[in-house]
Design a protein around this ligand. Structure first.
Ligand SMILES: [Zn+2]
Length: 367
């Protein structure tokens, strides 16, 4: 990234905590700025695409299209540097490592990326490529577009004993098994249709030997929600269910509820602008408002907790692949259509221009 940006008239800084890169492009006003973000990291997946530019590092692959995002933002840097005399403010380019569960955005926020230009950015945009949606299709929506993720950890403690004499033991395994059923049952019966949330118990561990009742059992659940209220509801519900089942079984349970990522929530004005610009760049018929949020999570959510903005999805399925056969992001076979790079770079650059123009008109009006 540094080599690709070196020849451009922009201000480059590298992160302390991570291999992050922040570039500031100076427009003709220091009063306002906008942020464009690309994540850069790969996944621990052995690539099987057979492409001649496949990953050369064994066990690592750009399976989520983050190499495309990085290229898009480098392309946008070229376009923005060439047109910086017409920029009504500064542009902060956020090249972010560690999106796939490593809290890269949080580290960059801590290092001040939102204030990198000297003024707090007034909005932030990110693009994401999807290998299973038609190349050039663009979609987004106001409100939550990606879910929050939380994790429930339960440790059940009973009294171990002989398999032949359960009455002399307190069986944590049977209690934990009941918790698996009751937690998922409670989620299905207690969250109304307007309260979107998913509770999946995904890991369970208890016992070593067939003739021993163990002293402990553990279970883990993955929780996806679209609002902090539903997440808080699921935490209360989980504690109540776990405590109730533990009491019924005469065992003791401890509950940890970890909030891992907030929901990615797009703001209305920035989403409207993204849709307008996307229609200009990709064509009217290619752009749509998403009908519902997606279940994945993103740490761009942390940026959108601080400033308004929009997360925009771009289809990248090569035309040679039928829709139902295209491997999805994170698959070792996932392939992405390169021809979306040029319009995506233009989308990024045009968004920055328009956002700054809109912000400058707003400040004129306030004066
Ligand atoms: Zn991704």
């Amino acid at each position: 990234v540094l080599a690709a940006l070196e020849h451009l008239p922009l201000e480059l800084t590298v992160g302390d905590g991570l291999s992050s890169v922040v570039a500031v492009i100076r427009g003709n006003s220091r009063e306002r700025s906008v942020l464009l973000r690309a994540d850069m990291d790969a996944l621990p997946v052995q690539e099987q695409t057979g492409l001649d530019f496949a990953s050369e590092r064994p066990g690592y692959m750009h399976g989520c299209g983050h190499d495309l995002h990085t290229s898009m933002l480098v392309g946008a840097a070229e376009l923005l540097c060439a047109s910086r005399d017409d920029l009504d403010g500064d542009v902060v380019l956020m090249f972010q490592p560690g999106e796939e569960g490593w809290e890269g955005a949080r580290v960059m926020l801590g290092e001040g990326v939102l204030d990198a230009s000297g003024t707090r950015v007034s909005a932030a945009y990110a693009l994401h490529a999807f290998s299973n949606e038609a190349a050039g299709r663009v979609w987004t929506m106001a409100g939550p577009i990606l879910s929050a993720s939380s994790e429930l950890n339960v440790l059940v403690t009973g009294r171990g004993g002989h398999a032949s004499a359960p009455h002399l033991a307190q069986d944590p395994l049977a209690a934990a098994a009941a918790m698996v059923m009751e937690l998922q049952h409670a989620a299905a019966r207690e969250l109304g249709p307007e309260k979107e949330g998913v509770v999946s118990v995904t890991r369970f561990s208890a016992g070593e030997r067939v003739n021993i009742i163990p002293a402990h059992a553990r279970l883990w659940a993955d929780i996806r929600t679209l609002s902090p209220e539903v997440d808080a509801h699921i935490e209360r519900m989980s504690r109540r269910v776990v405590d109730g089942v533990a009491a019924a079984h005469g065992v003791v349970a401890t509950v940890d509820y970890l909030r891992k990522r907030p929901a990615t929530v797009n703001t209305a004005a920035e989403t409207d602008l993204a849709l307008v610009v996307a229609r200009e760049v990709f064509g009217n018929e290619s752009v749509s408002v998403a009908g519902r949020a997606m279940a994945g999570s993103e740490d761009f959510s942390r940026v959108l907790q601080e400033v308004p903005g929009c997360f925009v999805c771009v289809g990248a399925r090569p035309a040679s692949l039928p829709p139902d056969e295209a491997p999805y992001n994170h698959s070792p076979m996932a392939v992405f259509e390169d021809s979306i790079l040029e319009p995506s770079a233009r989308l990024f650059a045009t968004l920055a221009h328009r956002q700054l123009k809109a912000a400058s008109r707003r400040s004129d009006r306030e004066l």
